[in-house]
Design a protein around this ligand. Structure first.
Ligand code: PRX
Length: 676
């Protein structure tokens, strides 16, 4: 943490402060006065604050009796006794208003094909699919797994689950069949909704065959698989188990135009979403219905300053929490227009995103620093060729943004007109936690800002005491429960307590797993994960997960995985691998390829190590613990400056450093050769 702090501090010295324009502030949903009022209100009348917004923002079938129940920490409850339906809040109330024929979802493919669904059209599709699911026997509380490309049917499936009170578990389409298998085994879905495939970078991704592979190896019996025909390829359909989405939706016995929304409890789970932690398997994060819905709405309004005339584009895939909260639920609950794009930023040309902004006249763009850095590297021309004057607000999420990328986003994309909101939050938090409110506060490139009204965060030392020294980093905690907080880890209460609450048990703080620093203005500077979780392109990848994938290969005896800084992806995965006796090491390149592919198959392409370093042994303490800090330094090519007195065998370290140097040399040679 010490080194990172140094880097942040040196950046801070050059930090400029950016104020929103008067025009932006005047029109903003929340200006400085309103911000102060909200903040004070949440501090002085916490329950009254939440009661007011919950009653104002959500359409209830039955009003709640109690705002908060903290009698069984950390199993907190909000809006106890209330009955609602999330899909009703996202659809029914809009179709009964002037928004009926307003665009809800604007979808575009890589090839430029566009589809617009108005609120009325989306409402009909969701009702139809909800009744299909009901007819297939899905009931309140049953799980439905959604493994889909970025197409409107993915959002339709999510909302249809919400309509009948089923719990959806969306699995990112980039995950492999093995990862899918783990999630099927854990959540035990009754139905899987998938597609024949999706498009990415011009290539077809075989989603349905991944589902088939996964199902062959799970004990849990999934009753039905519903397949959206999207890429129009021949695929295997198992009789009586697999059905085409289009067939069911065209059959009035299954798909009715109105499906009565289930009246669910505030605390009934809306969805499960798996995320990596420091254990070998991802955890199923459980979110509630009312609290989650409320916070996605409030943050859409306060942070994204959403107005009815806006076109909002959150570039995240629905397989991630960002896609759930700000691609689907937040915008739709507010009756906004949300853009969905099936593809990568740079295909078919590096200008694809800018074309989309111009073509759909997008007003608010929300993306990840890794995408900004990748697009920045391609040069300004791709951006400047397009008229981006519609953009009035920009956002980032997923990892700290470096000031260079921030400036580029601000100057080149936003034309120095659009404020940037750098939003810190997590799968577990459901919605934004620390960020600036754009019309109310100034921004400092690289700092997320302050906790939002209603959110109480601190930087503390190991004992849970606040660190008030702006030069000192510590652990980021949330000191009070909040409505959109996770309600648990699916099927594992112990893990929920151990991972998030055990560290500061006496104080009752939620431990976020991040390091942070709070400066003299109370602005938070996020310093990255303090656990064994990497952040690659804004996505969380557990080192243990990659290690268990590696050791499941027949050639691997032992593996240790660490991150090294990377210009584009933030962190890159480096694996140190000890091969089993007898494996022919002369096949170096082939082995690397094979192991990378193996990890790709076990988890998904995003988890493939960028580098694999073979070694005879791993540096360990006398008690047998792998010394990851050392490996991190080696991976980053840094000089080892830490205490190695606990290292059992110092020669391991020397050998590793030598290996690393050799590799670096070869890489440099390769790079020079290529550029020549
Ligand atoms: O380390 C923080 C980083 O992403 C982690 C959460 O990852 P995930 O659950 O996948 O959710 C990502 C999207 C909400 C955090 O623990 N992170 C997220 N946003 C920021 C960030 N780091 C710095 N600045 C951010 N704005």
């Amino acid at each position: 943490m010490g080194k990172q702090k140094g880097v942040i501090e040196s950046k801070l010295k050059e930090t400029r402060v950016f104020y929103p324009s008067i025009e932006f502030s005047q029109k903003a949903n929340v200006d400085a006065d309103e911000y102060e009022r909200l903040k004070r209100w949440s501090e002085t009348d916490w329950e009254g604050f939440w009661r007011y917004f919950a009653l104002k923002k959500i359409d209830w079938f039955k009003r709640f009796d109690e705002v908060f129940d903290g009698s069984n920490p950390p199993f907190y409850k909000f809006f106890v006794g209330g009955k609602l339906n999330v899909s009703y809040n996202c659809l029914d109330r809009h179709v009964r208003s002037w928004r009926k024929n307003k665009a809800a979802i604007i979808w575009e493919s890589e090839s430029g094909e566009t589809q617009v669904l108005t609120y009325q059209q989306l409402y009909i599709e969701v009702n139809k699919f909800a009744s299909v699911l009901r007819t297939l026997g899905v009931k309140k509380g049953d799980r439905v797994l959604i493994y889909m490309p970025m197409i409107p049917e993915a959002a339709i499936a999510m909302l249809a689950c919400a309509r009948i009170g089923a719990i959806h578990s969306v699995v990112f389409g980039g995950f492999s069949s093995e990862a899918l298998k783990d999630r099927i085994e854990d959540a035990k879905p009754k139905v899987i909704v998938t597609a024949d495939g999706g498009f990415r970078n011009g290539k077809a991704v075989p989603l349905k065959s991944n589902v088939d592979e996964a199902m062959e190896r799970v004990e849990h019996r999934v009753s039905y698989v519903v397949v959206v025909r999207h890429i129009d390829r021949d695929i295997h359909m198992k009789p009586l188990r697999d059905f085409w989405y289009q067939d069911l939706m065209g059959d009035p016995d299954y798909a009715q135009i109105y499906c009565e929304p289930e009246h669910v409890d505030s605390e009934d789970p809306l969805f499960i979403l798996y995320t990596s932690g420091s254990t070998g398997k991802p955890k199923g994060i459980v979110h509630s219905s009312a609290g989650y819905l409320l916070w996605t709405m409030l943050t859409m309004k306060w942070v994204f300053d959403i107005k009815d005339e806006d076109t909002f584009w959150c570039t995240a895939d629905i397989g991630w929490i960002t896609g759930h909260s700000y691609g689907v639920y937040g915008p739709l609950a507010l009756g906004a227009t949300t853009v969905m794009y099936e593809g990568v930023p740079t295909y078919p040309t590096p200008a694809k995103w800018w074309e989309l902004v111009e073509k759909h006249s997008i007003n608010i763009l929300y993306t990840a620093p890794t995408a900004i850095r990748a697009l920045m590297r391609l040069g300004n021309d791709w951006v400047l060729k397009h008229d981006l004057s519609s953009l009035r607000l920009l956002g980032t999420v997923g990892e700290p943004i470096n000031p260079e990328a921030w400036m580029w986003y601000y100057q080149i994309v936003g034309n120095e007109k659009a404020p940037i909101v750098d939003t810190w939050w997590q799968t577990e938090t459901g919605g934004h936690m620390i960020t600036t409110v754009p019309g109310a506060q100034f921004t400092k490139p690289g700092s997320a800002g302050k906790p939002l009204p209603g959110i109480f965060a601190e930087v503390v030392d190991m004992g849970g005491n606040p660190i008030n020294d702006p030069d000192k980093g510590g652990l980021l905690v949330i000191t009070k429960p909040w409505p959109s907080m996770l309600r648990g880890v699916w099927g594992d209460d112990k893990k929920y307590i151990d991972v998030y609450w055990a560290r500061f048990k006496d104080k009752g703080y939620y431990f976020a797993g991040d390091g942070a620093r709070k400066d003299e203005d109370g602005y938070f500077w996020i310093m990255g994960r303090v656990d064994d979780v990497l952040n690659v392109s804004g996505h969380r990848i557990g080192t243990m997960e990659v290690e268990s994938a590696l050791v499941s290969h027949e050639y691997v005896a032992e593996a240790a995985v660490v991150g090294r800084p990377d210009e584009i992806t933030g962190e890159a995965i480096v694996a140190f691998v000890v091969l089993k006796e007898g494996v022919d090491k002369s096949r170096h390149d082939e082995l690397v390829r094979e192991l990378r592919d193996h990890v790709g198959r076990e988890i998904g392409p995003i988890a493939k190590p960028s580098e694999i370093i073979f070694t005879d042994a791993l540096p360990k303490t006398r008690s047998g613990k792998i010394m990851r800090r050392l490996l991190k330094d080696i991976a980053a090519g840094r000089k080892i400056e830490q205490d190695i007195s606990t290292l059992e065998d110092v020669s391991v370290l020397e050998k590793l450093s030598e290996l690393r140097d050799k590799l670096r040399e070869e890489m440099n040679k390769g790079e020079n050769g290529n550029s020549g």
